[in-house]
Design a protein around this ligand. Structure first.
Ligand code: CP3
Length: 343
C-alpha cells in the first residue's frame, strides 16, 4: 500500500507533530543554482516559458532541502500575458504591463479559451515535474486571484495601495466587473489544465486581498475564489485547494468555509494562536513565519519556527512563510529552519 503524501494528509485534515513544510518562492534568487539557470534561460519570463528549465528550477530546492511540496515555477502574470496584455519585467523593479483603463482595453483581450497555446509550455512543465518529483513530494499548481491579477493589469505595475484598480472599480464598475469575470473564467481553464497535466493541489494567490474592505472584499476576493474552487472541484472531485487572501485580517474568519477551500494560508500579521482558535476548526492552516527571519537566522528563527509549530499542532497545519522568501535570505538558514521543525 502506498502511504498518502504528508502534505495531502494535512490538507485532508490530519494534525501532525511534525507538519509538512514548503516555502513560498522556494525556487528563486536566494539560490545560486536558480540564478545560474535563469541566466541560461536569458531572463525571468523566458525561464517561465522554458519547460525543461522551469522544471529544473522547481526541482532545485527539492533536491537541496527535501521539502514536502514543490510549487510549479511560473508567475501569476502569465495569465494577462496569455490574454494578450504586454508583459515584461524590469530588473530590480518588477513587472510592467500594458494598462486597462476602460472598455477598449478590455475588448482587446482574448477570450478565456484562447489562452492555452500561449500557456502550453507551463502545462508541459507540470508534466515533466509529475514524472520527475520524488514519490513523497506533492506538486502544487497555482494562479493569481482575479483581484490581484487585475491590480497589475489596471495599473500596469505593482502599486503600494492598488490605487488605480480601486479607482477603476469605483469609476467604471462595468469594465472592472467584466475584467474580474474574464479573469475568473480564464483562471478556471488555466488551473484545470494544470491539474490535467499532474498538479495535485492548487493554490490561489490573492496577495492584495487585504486592500479590499467590507462588501468589496466579499464581491472581489471571496466570491471569485469561491467560484474558482467550486468549478475546480466539480471538474476534479477531491482536488485540494489552498486559498491565500493575504492580509485579510478579520476577513480570514470563515473564509475557507465560505470558499470551500481545504486550507487557508496566513500572512505574518496573524498570530498563530489566533489562527488555531479561529481558522483551524474550519480548515488546514498554512503559514506563517516572517521571511525576514530567513535573512536573520539564529536562535530567533529557531524559536519562532517552534512557536508556530506548537501553536498549530492541535489541528492540520502546513508550515510555510507568511510571504515569499527574499533574495537576501541565506540558503543555510533553510537547513536551520528544517532542523527546528523536523528535529
Ligand atoms: C504578486 C505576485 C507575482 N507573482 C506571484 C505573486 C503572488 C505572491 C506574492 O505576493 O509574492 C506568485 C509567484 N511568483 C513566482 C512563483 C513561483 C513559485 C514559487 O516558488 O513560489 C509564484 C507562486 C516566481 C517569481 N516571480 C518573480 C520572481 C523573481 C524574478 C527573478 O528571477 O528575477 C520569481 C522567482 C517576479 C515577480 N512576479 C510578481 C512580482 C511583483 C515580481 C517581482 C518582484 C520580485 O522580483 O520578487 C508577481
Amino acid at each position: 500500500m502506498t502511504e498518502k503524501k504528508k502534505l495531502l494528509r494535512s490538507l485532508a485534515g490530519e494534525a501532525m507533530d511534525v507538519p509538512p513544510v514548503w516555502l513560498m518562492r522556494q525556487a528563486g534568487r536566494y539560490l545560486p543554482e536558480y540564478r545560474e539557470t535563469r541566466a541560461q534561460a536569458g531572463d525571468f519570463l523566458s525561464l517561465c516559458y522554458n519547460s525543461e528549465l522551469a522544471a529544473e528550477v522547481t526541482l532545485q530546492p527539492i533536491r537541496r532541502y527535501g521539502f514536502d511540496a514543490a510549487i510549479l515555477f511560473a508567475d501569476i502574470l502569465l495569465i494577462p500575458d496569455a490574454l494578450g496584455a504586454d508583459l515584461w519585467f524590469v530588473t530590480g523593479e518588477g513587472p510592467r504591463l500594458s494598462t486597462i483603463t476602460g472598455p477598449d482595453g478590455l475588448k482587446a483581450l482574448k477570450g478565456k479559451d484562447d489562452i492555452h497555446d500561449h500557456l502550453a509550455p507551463v502545462y508541459e512543465t507540470v508534466r515533466i515535474l509529475s514524472r520527475e518529483l520524488p514519490r513523497e513530494t506533492t506538486l502544487i499548481g497555482f494562479a493569481g486571484a482575479p483581484w490581484t491579477v487585475a491590480t497589475y493589469m489596471i495599473a500596469g505595475r505593482g502599486t503600494p495601495d492598488q490605487g488605480p484598480a480601486h479607482a477603476l472599480r469605483e469609476s467604471d464598475p462595468d469594465t472592472f466587473g467584466a475584467l474580474i469575470e474574464l479573469l475568473t473564467e480564464a483562471t478556471i481553464e488555466y488551473l484545470d489544465m494544470q491539474v490535467k497535466a499532474g498538479a495535485e493541489v492548487v493554490k490561489i494567490f490573492d496577495s492584495w486581498a487585504g486592500s479590499l474592505k467590507g462588501e468589496a472584499f466579499d464581491r472581489f476576493a471571496l466570491e471569485p475564489a469561491k467560484r474558482i474552487t467550486a468549478e475546480m472541484k466539480r471538474r476534479n472531485p477531491g482536488l485540494p485547494v489552498i486559498a491565500f487572501p493575504r492580509e485579510a485580517g478579520d476577513k480570514y474568519i470563515g473564509f475557507a468555509k465560505a470558499v470551500d477551500a481545504d486550507c487557508v494560508a496566513i500572512d505574518t500579521k496573524v498570530a498563530p494562536e489566533w489562527a488555531a482558535e479561529h481558522l483551524q476548526p474550519d480548515s488546514c492552516v498554512q503559514g506563517n513565519l516572517d521571511p525576514k527571519l530567513m535573512v536573520e537566522g539564529g536562535q530567533r528563527l529557531i524559536d519562532e519556527a517552534r512557536h508556530i509549530v506548537d501553536a498549530l499542532k492541535g489541528g492540520p497545519h502546513i508550515f510555510n512563510l507568511g510571504h515569499g522568501i527574499t533574495p537576501d535570505a541565506d540558503p543555510e538558514n533553510v537547513h536551520v529552519l528544517l532542523e527546528a521543525i523536523r528535529g
